[in-house]
Unconditional design. Structure first.
Length: 282
């Protein structure tokens, strides 16, 4: 009888522990990359990719009122994350310089505005000019709409971890661009806005602004994803524009413009996949 009572207490004790463990476990576990020791890395390359947010596969990152560029830029304006001068993410950009790059340039020096006389004439002819003043509160700057920032560049490391015997992609930085085709860009060429550390963006997406960082699932609205998870699961389309080399040249500079550059980028992508598939045959 005593042994039976001990057995019942034992079962109840471990049953309560298991219930507590399940209660503390989150409903959806985030897709987090395992830690990799640098000494275990046998192969590594740095890769740059161009991500067109208007491309069909990338549209979930660019849903109406849920644009990833809007989330990032708004967080930078509020001081939640830091903008950097380039994708090395070593030099922080002054907030004044950052704001100059994301607001309409009233002097027409490349930000997308007109000169003073042009502004006055446009204001007289534009019946909605007063609405623009109301949107900015009268005193604040007129920001470039977030839908205009539809180009991002991803800098990532591709490495082989011999401890787990597999390849990993580790995104280091994301750079936002104002495309040359934007009506707010009078320069005629793609303009870099700012770079951001992906580690800071990941914290922003998961912890600070998770309610806005939604990868929109067109096929099943019951299973939207967080931006951070979508990047970890490689749920984006971004062709290679550069692979680290001694001359720091991009694919178009090496292989040529137009069709030659596109074919070269696809070939390099396939070579990386084949290298991983055939890694253990050497």
């Amino acid at each position: 009888m005593k042994k039976l009572s001990y057995a019942i207490v034992f079962v109840l004790f471990f049953g309560l522990l298991s219930v507590g463990a399940f209660a503390q476990e989150p409903a959806i576990a985030p897709a987090i990359k395992p830690k990799v020791v640098e000494s275990q890395v046998l192969f590594k390359k740095t890769i740059w990719r161009r991500m067109d947010l208007k491309e069909r596969q990338n549209r979930p990152f660019f849903s109406i009122n849920g644009e990833i560029t809007n989330v990032i830029l708004e967080a930078a304006k509020k001081g939640l994350i830091f903008p950097y001068e380039n994708d090395s993410c070593l030099t922080r950009m002054a907030i004044a310089d950052f704001e100059d790059r994301v607001k309409v340039d009233e002097e027409g020096n490349g930000g997308g505005g007109f000169d003073d006389e042009g502004d006055d004439a446009a204001a007289e002819d534009d019946p909605f000019a007063s609405l623009n003043d109301e949107d900015t509160g009268g005193d604040g700057p007129l920001w470039i709409p977030p839908v205009e920032f539809d180009i991002m560049e991803i800098k990532e490391k591709l490495f082989f971890d011999r401890l787990r015997s597999r390849m990993y992609y580790d995104i280091e930085a994301i750079t936002i661009y104002l495309p040359a085709t934007s009506s707010y860009n009078f320069g005629g060429f793609q303009k870099q806005v700012a770079s951001f550390k992906f580690s800071e963006l990941e914290k922003l997406f998961r912890e600070i602004m998770p309610e806005k960082s939604i990868w929109y699932n067109n096929q099943n609205q019951a299973h939207h994803r967080n931006f951070a998870d979508a990047f970890a699961l490689r749920m984006f389309s971004a062709p290679i524009v550069k692979i680290s080399n001694a001359d720091d040249r991009n694919i178009r500079e090496i292989y040529g413009q137009g069709k030659k550059g596109i074919i070269a980028a696809q070939r390099l992508e396939h070579e990386l996949v084949d290298f991983e598939n055939q890694l253990w045959e050497f």
